[in-house]
Design a protein around this ligand. Structure first.
Ligand code: SF4
Length: 398
């Protein structure tokens, strides 16, 4: 049986490499043209080429989003771009527009063409339709329920990709024009201002009916599908997708390594052990800053899966440094956020599960002893008893 793919987002080269090192089987990135998420620091063709080489060396794949819904003026350079992606060696493109799908297929490119979730595919007839158009995979709508995904997979028409983690739209994904209306930023061309998450005064004519002390908002809890991974594997889903090209490298490392642990354990034991599920949820919570829920997987979301009021968005643990070198005794760290050198810290890495550490002594590169590290990007030297590896991350335990 082919192992299910863990597919991670990446907003830049550093994040993409971190996602791969922490266990992603594939990453999806946006190019500088023809992609949604226009505010993410998208990839140039040179960066995509470098990423493909890195991914190939780590047995991973690169998918490139070409998922804008183009207007007549948006096609200039598209054919050339699709050919250059083929030369770069990408493994798939993710497309929403039928025009881009048919153009890519007419060019006889060697990469796969995946139907974006922007197409709101919610049933097997839609998947059959995309197969007849020559598509290679369908990313289902986030609005599908578990039993619907199972029914689609049972038909075995095309490989199916589903979302397992990250932001959800309060509206129907790919169909919302709230941002367009409020800000003239087009959600379907990558400009969503997340207007659903703003705070609103709700008025009935001239009378305010919202609570002035707690204004109305209408975002959805983020999706967290740890409880359903075993089911997805047994249904025959091809790929599990994490949302969030704007998220930090720390968030990606935490979430990707957590799902990696869970997926590998399910293949090892044949089922998802309760203690591993709990451990994975605890790990993910260390990087989350928003409440999470099951999305549509258990049924149409009710008020328990929505956020209509203000809520706390502080993370429980904070990323403070990354290991950039280790000579067998001394560790070189790059500081990311302020920390006090003798406080409780935890390390986790591509091959290290979360372990508490105590730094013995911390020096700057001139040999001065430091009590506090408060200069982001500063390089420091230290050592501790316990596991260490390059690219491991250190976080504060609150
Ligand atoms: S405004 Fe909210 S619901 Fe609409 S597209 Fe943006 S995130 Fe989704």
């Amino acid at each position: 049986m082919k192992k299910i793919e863990l597919l991670a987002p990446a907003g830049n080269l550093e994040k993409a490499k971190i996602a791969i090192l922490y266990g992603a089987d594939a990453v999806y990135v946006g190019g500088k043209q023809f992609s949604l998420r226009s505010r993410a620091s998208n990839f140039s063709l040179e960066e995509i080429t470098e990423l493909v080489q890195f991914a190939n060396a780590h047995n991973s794949h690169v998918h490139v989003t070409v998922n804008m819904l183009p207007h007549e003026s948006d096609f200039k350079g598209l054919k050339d771009y699709l050919l250059k992606l083929d030369q770069a060696g990408v493994h798939a493109i993710i497309v929403a527009s039928p025009a881009i799908m048919s153009l890519a297929k007419s060019l006889n490119v060697s990469y796969e063409v995946h139907v974006s979730t922007q197409h709101s595919s919610t049933n097997s007839s839609a998947v059959q339709f995309w197969k007849e158009q020559g598509m290679d995979r369908v990313v289902l709508a986030r609005e599908c329920q578990l039993h619907e995904i199972e029914a689609i997979c049972q038909k075995n028409i095309l490989p199916i990709e589903v979302f397992i983690h990250g932001g959800m739209c309060i509206s129907y994904s790919g169909r919302c024009v709230l941002s367009n209306h409020m800000t003239l930023r087009d959600a379907n061309r990558g400009g969503c201002a997340q207007s659903c998450r703003w705070k609103y005064h709700v008025m009935d004519q001239d009378k305010e009916i919202s609570d002035r002390n707690q204004l109305f908002s209408m975002s959805s809890k983020d999706l967290q599908a740890v409880d359903y991974i075993e089911q997805f594997i047994k249904m025959g889903v091809a790929s599990l997708k994490i949302e969030g090209r704007m998220k930090s490298a720390y968030y990606l490392a935490t979430v990707v390594s957590s799902y990696r642990t869970l997926i590998d354990s399910i293949y090892e034991f044949g089922y998802a052990k309760d203690q591993i599920i709990q451990k994975v949820k605890n790990e993910i919570a260390k990087a989350e800053n928003r409440p999470t829920g099951p999305g549509f997987y258990q049924g149409i979301p009710d008020q328990n899966v929505q956020l209509y009021r203000e809520h706390d968005e502080t993370v429980t643990q904070e990323y403070v440094a990354i290991v950039i070198d280790f000579d067998g005794e001394w560790v070189t760290l790059q500081v990311k956020n302020h920390f006090i050198c003798n406080q409780n810290l935890e390390i986790f890495g591509p091959h290290i599960s979360s372990t508490q550490i105590q730094l013995e002594v911390v020096y700057d590169l001139d040999g001065n002893v430091l009590d506090i590290c408060n200069k982001p990007m500063q390089l420091i030297k230290t050592r501790w008893d316990g596991p260490v590896e390059v690219n491991a991350m250190i976080r504060k335990i609150r």
